[in-house]
Write a protein that binds this ligand. Sequence first.
Ligand code: 5GP
Length: 170
Amino acid sequence: MDLYKYIRNIEHFPKAGVHFKDITPLLADSAAMESCVEQLLAMIENQKIDKVAAIESRGFFFGTLLAQKLNAGFVPVRKPGKLPYKTLKEPYQLEYGMDALEIHEDAILKGERVLLHDDVLATGGTAKAACNLIEGLGGVVVQCNFLLEIEFLNGIKKLQNKPVKSLLKF
Ligand code: 5GP
């Protein structure tokens, strides 16, 4: 199924000058969702995966579904202050200013094979920070897997020497 038609462009969101890719039309269609999960799974070359780590919040939509299909555990990577147990924290650069992501210290065991999933790869700062957290716990990032990639922002450069796969490219 061609999923491009389920991605809606929103101009000037969340601020002036930004062209936002809205995935909610895809989420609203059960056949498109099902096809999307199948296509995301087909991108995973070595499906021996212990954990799927996904980034708050839009990464959670497909991250949990992928984890189920892969018989893997699910690990939420969240914005600061959201996770209740002891966390590892990784700051990262935004276009203007800084943000950070956190992961529970016991979420990934040393040597576990981890698939990182998020909805969008843009500049790559978010995914890179998530990879640092996974690796900080001793996990091995076997693939970074995205629903869509905004190619001109060149996020793939920040994820050098990791396999990166995106279903849709803009
Ligand atoms: P990056 O750190 O790669 O610049 O930004 C990626 C993060 O920002 C992802 O977590 C993603 O959810 C969010 N993001 C950035 N641009 C877009 C967009 O156009 N559409 C959606 N749905 N998310 C975006």
